[in-house]
Design a protein around this ligand. Structure first.
Ligand code: NAG
Ligand code: NAG
Ligand code: NAG
Length: 526
């Protein structure tokens, strides 16, 4: 050091002084700015961020009023917490680079992997094998681009989870983006793989008696294999946030989520109720069915649906039974044996009446579209208010396709009026009857998870009707078809309490089970 300072010219000394002074002022400002230090010293902020995530004690909400610096700081800290290795946003480009490398080394294996999945008896044919390979090639070229966006996507995710006090206008803006599809390129949750995970299931099939029908609670039947409960879906290109009931309720504060669909929709509803409560008896949940006309009418075995409210956050979860997602009315209201008009191009009255109350809507249909059900229910297809005469629509799949397109298009037409609404069409839930149908000795006896395969690499949904219907609309696809196709061991099989011996249920799922994953994927997108 000796002579060091003496060796400097005056100009240089004053430059250094300025730099030193600026630094001192900066540090001083940092320490003294109340917004930064009064309740958010850097070392406790990590803790605060994780409080926000796990909920529980204290109200983090009061502490997150946001100066922009604070917001950024929090973002950084949360990012660090989430990645659990102390990374900061500044390092995100490193993550991108690493990701790119990983992806590139993975791509060389992809064709083999794709082949394996396909050869394992997944519902693909030889034709899709070559298109699979093309997809791999295209992806190879796109991966770099995607990877460099990955860090941004992660921070976006963090940001959206990190703003429990979003103002209404923010919400509105977000939803407008969401509904326009102008949101950042959403990742495809339907691409990924099943992995064994001892942190599954998310609730106990013995415990969730409050919400779970006993016929679907396989723990209450004679079934003795439960490996199907210990699987988690891991999307390939997106981070999927761990589901927590408290987090779900906070995000859905003052909001209503509605499932409208068939019995598979009811399974998803029961699953979600169990997931939110962790399967624990929850005395304070209110039955608010009467607000939606969901009451037991005389002579009916059960109401047309159920609605429950969690008073702590004023969150309402409801299910309405509409097997076909079209409006059904008696042709002669005075005749108890009347036929019913099935208005293929008109959404269920319930949906038209209550859509203004919904913040999240999940539609599904599929398995009631067969001649037997239509005949049994005395449903007569109508289009434009009159009996259908179009032969193309008269075939079942044509009628189903028209209905799916109609209901999606109608919901889409409502979105400008309800910019807060996030609407999903859940793709069809696959059946796994082997050696016959449900009434002709079909069965699903496999007990080993992932013996069909464990990975889905397709970009496009295998439910083409649904995918086509939502294209270009603000309705999102909740694409669960292919991933559930891999889970033939997860059905009720011969263990249903009510099924007669010799008849198997290879349509509905054991709960806890596969529909829990549908809800995890739903949660990731709301
Ligand atoms: C929820 O509604 C209550 C009562 O209307 C209101 O006081 C509260 O601020 C609302 N909370 C949110 C997060 O919108
Ligand atoms: C389903 O209906 C839509 C809308 O009417 C139509 O564009 C589409 O071609 C139909 N799909 C099939 C497979 O016929
Ligand atoms: C499944 O099990 C049932 C009852 O044990 C049996 O009758 C049926 O043949 C089995 N199906 C297959 C495909 O193994």
């Amino acid at each position: 050091m000796k002579g060091g300072l003496n060796g400097l010219k005056g100009k240089e000394i004053s430059l250094i002084s300025i730099v030193l002074m600026s630094a001192t002022i900066l540090i001083w400002t940092w320490e003294k700015t109340p917004g930064l230090t009064s309740f958010l010293p850097p070392q406790t902020q990590l803790q605060l961020s994780s409080d926000v995530d796990v909920g529980g004690g204290g109200s983090p909400l009061a502490k997150t009023e946001s100066t922009s610096e604070q917001g950024e700081l929090q973002l950084t800290q949360t990012f660090s917490a989430e990645s659990s290795s102390g990374r900061s946003i500044d390092e995100s480009h490193i993550i991108s680079t690493t990701l790119t490398e990983q992806i590139h080394s993975k791509v060389s294996n992809e064709k083999t992997e794709a082949k394996e999945v396909l050869e394992a008896g997944n519902n693909h044919n030889a034709q899709t094998l070559s298109s699979q390979e093309n997809i791999s090639e295209e992806r190879h070229q796109e991966e770099g681009k995607e990877a460099s966006n990955e860090a941004n996507i992660i921070t976006d995710l963090v940001a959206s989870n990190q703003s429990p006090q979003r103002s209404y206008s923010d919400d509105r803006k977000n939803n407008e983006d969401w509904n326009n599809g102008t949101e950042r390129k959403a990742c495809n949750y339907a691409k990924g793989k099943w992995v064994p995970d001892n942190n599954r299931p998310l609730y106990s099939g013995f415990e969730c008696k409050q919400w779970l029908s006993s016929m679907w609670a396989c723990r209450l039947t004679q079934r003795t294999d439960f490996a199907y409960e210990n699987l988690r879906w891991q999307p390939r290109d997106c981070q999927m946030e761990e589901f927590e009931g408290s987090k779900f309720l906070r995000r859905m504060q003052n909001k209503t989520l509605a499932f409208v669909g068939d019995s598979l929709g009811r399974q998803q509803f029961q699953s979600l109720m169990c997931m939110i409560t962790g399967g624990k008896e929850t005395a304070d949940v209110e039955d608010v069915g009467n607000e939606y006309g969901l009451v037991l009418t005389e002579g009916a075995a059960r109401p047309n649906g159920w609605a429950y409210r969690f008073p702590s956050t004023h969150t309402t979860i409801l299910y309405y039974w509409s097997a076909t997602l079209c409006d059904i009315e008696p042709i002669d209201a005075n005749n108890p044996n009347t036929d019913h008009a099935m208005h293929l191009d008109r959404p269920p009255a319930f949906l038209r009446q209550f859509i203004h109350k919904f913040d999240v809507l999940v539609l599904n249909t599929g398995h009631h579209w067969n001649r037997g059900k239509l005949k049994g229910n005395r449903w007569v297809m109508h289009v434009g208010g009159v009996p259908n005469t179009d032969k193309k629509i008269a075939v079942i799949w044509g009628a189903k396709n028209l209905t799916i397109h109609s209901v999606v298009s109608w919901v889409n037409s409502q979105l400008p009026k309800y910019p807060g609404l996030k609407a999903f069409f859940r793709t069809i839930s696959p059946r796994h009857f082997f050696g016959g149908e449900w009434n002709t000795g079909g069965s699903c006896n496999n007990t080993t998870p992932m013996s069909i395969g464990k990975e889905i690499l397709d970009e496009e949904s295998t439910d083409q009707n649904a995918a086509h219907a939502v294209k270009g609309t603000g309705v999102k696809l909740l694409d669960i078809t292919a991933i559930s196709q891999l889970r033939d061991e997860g059905h009720i099989s011969r263990f249903s309490i009510t099924a007669k011996p010799g008849m198997q249920d290879c349509l509905h799922w054991c709960l806890p089970g596969v529909p829990d994953t549908w809800n995890e994927i739903l949660f990731a997108q709301i």
